[in-house]
Design a binder for this molecule. Structure first.
Ligand code: SF4
Length: 210
């Protein structure tokens, strides 16, 4: 099992590495490729994708449902049982204490995966430069001209391209993902996206929550 020790870092109650966390999957075989993991769901997202399956996690002004210290303490009990922690959302990169939180997790020896919408290349760059993340899974929602439609947000697509390039050059494990929403994307759109992503692209079929 890959374990990197960075010394034991303490987390103070309500401080240090506190994040807004509203969900914890205590065991998963699918969220980190080839590893057993726990998955942390952060509260708040800067996109409003019309097909989002985690709509309760979008609101940035909503209180966290879990205390970070409780999540950390849970993970401490799994240091010898789980190999990795996946941080998903919501959008993890808008969390103010993400990097400190990851530092704590890494100090326990876990591999770390980030699920991101690619909207914060500045944070992705910092995570890469500090070798904090072992695996990136990034959504590529649409071709450039449809990004606003698929994210419900007026967004500068150049930022997405920056994140794609950073992740491709990071040396970390990677996966680019697209949810194929038949009413919003065409087969040509998907071909375009797969070409932008290159190797490591995965298509997820949209299944309505209705
Ligand atoms: S980026 Fe993800 S969490 Fe945010 S609104 Fe879109 S699908 Fe939902």
């Amino acid at each position: 099992m890959e374990r990197r020790e960075e010394g034991r870092i303490q987390i103070k109650k309500n401080g240090g590495a506190a994040m807004k966390i509203s969900g914890l999957q205590k065991f998963s075989l699918i969220d980190y490729p080839g590893r057993t993991c726990a998955t942390v769901f952060t509260q708040g997202c800067n996109f409003k994708c019309p097909f989002c399956h985690n709509k309760q996690l979008i609101a940035t002004d909503k209180q966290a449902e879990l205390k970070t210290i409780d999540v950390i303490n849970f993970l401490r009990t799994k240091e010898n049982l789980l190999q990795a922690v996946c941080i998903s959302g919501g959008e993890p990169t808008i969390q103010g204490n993400l990097i400190d939180f990851i530092r704590v997790i890494k100090s326990m020896g876990f591999l770390v995966k980030i699920d991101t919408n690619g909207s914060r290349p500045d944070i992705i760059k910092e995570l890469i430069e500090t070798s904090r993340v072992d695996f990136f899974a990034m959504d590529i929602k649409a071709p450039k001209e449809k990004y606003e439609l698929l994210t419900g947000t007026d967004f500068d697509y150049d930022v997405i391209e920056q994140s794609i390039q950073l992740i491709k050059n990071s040396g970390a494990g990677l996966q680019f993902r697209t949810t194929f929403v038949e009413s919003l994307l065409t087969k040509d759109d998907m071909s375009y996206i797969k070409n932008v992503a290159g190797e490591g692209h995965k298509t997820q079929e949209y299944i309505s929550a209705q």
